[in-house]
Design a protein around this ligand. Sequence first.
Ligand code: AMP
Length: 420
Amino acid sequence: MSEDSPPKKEVAAVKGTHDILPGEVEKWQALERLARETFELYGYRELRAPVFEATELFEKGTGQTSDVVTKEMYTFTDKGGRSLTLRPEYTPSVARAIIEHRLDLQARPMRFYYMGPMFRYDRPQKGRYRQFHQIDVEVFGEQDPACDAELIGMADHLLRRLGVTDKEILVNSVGCRACRPAYSQALREEAGKRTAELCPDCRRKAETNPLRIFDCKVEACQSAARSFPEIQGFLCAECRDHFTEVLSLLGLYGIPIRVDPKLVRGLDYYTKTTFEFVSSGLGAQSALLGGGRYDDMMKDFGGPDICGNGFAIGMERLLSVVSLPLPERRLLYVAYLGGAAKRTAVELARFFREEGVECLVEFKDRGMKAHFGRANKLEASWVLVVGEDEIRKGRFGLKEMATGRQVEGTREELLGSLRG
Ligand code: AMP
């Protein structure tokens, strides 16, 4: 370490994780509130699952050949010798919960959403973290292409409410178990002819899951992949009709989209529709959200034969492109003078909070000047002065900080000024 380099911090969050502090957390709360409100308009309900699950769940669900499973899982053995994994994504947990609680037998729509942290051991960089947060949306049991279109429409609705204008919606179909093998084979053959151009990782993918080559960020691989065959020519009649209908229904929502035949998504389970919302404001990690259909996942888990559909939004990335108006805070600072006044200050704070006024009492012996200095720093809207005189009269002084206006009254009378 050179003499100029900053000293290594002894206390620091783990690489790839971050704190969300007051001042920033309000944006998160506003996003969470808007997402909740929007999804509930479409009949979705929240489903909260644990942060860790049996490792096998993700191996089966997310897929043995996806990067998420092969390279990025936070897997550990617990004291009982079980292999557990911090969830890298949410869909397998929802599928597990549906099977475990037989939610498919209940007369409720199987439309769920959730917001929370996910964990991937990826190389940290801008827009890519090891603990990041997703808003996840899942629908199970809706075969109709109208559901795919509605999901895209709902994601777009949320982004419009957030004022995100810089976005492009990419849509594709990745076929199904009937038609994809022929496409994979065609890709494998093409990749076989071009191995010299591919990175070692993609040479391996050419064998295990050639569609994944489209996800590679290495320029040479991307350039080779540009001339690979496109999936549209390989889709079976069912997948083709489904995709045509999704595109036609998207017209109903008036949402401009671009069909991107190379959009395969990073997880193994997708069938038919895949989509991504990208934003140029994000730089290299341009995907704001991604999703699609997974018709075989539930069956593969040993559950009922129910199709699935959904998307996940990266909250860090979304928040980096929105400018949400923060709610205006109006804080009442209670300044008490002396030990006896403290008790009255506590009572008054209790009264005002019960009436819905945000109120702060700091339990420090301060003089009047120090109280006002502190209230200023805290950007309090008002200061309530509680001294012995005021207590005797049962009337208190209230100062509005922005205008300097002062009023005096009983606590009930002051409520009017505080609410006004
Ligand atoms: P995925 O589950 O990989 O389809 O990702 C869905 C969305 O989550 C992406 O579009 C990103 O916005 C976000 N995302 C995925 N991985 C990360 C990460 N490591 N750090 C931050 N955001 C991520």
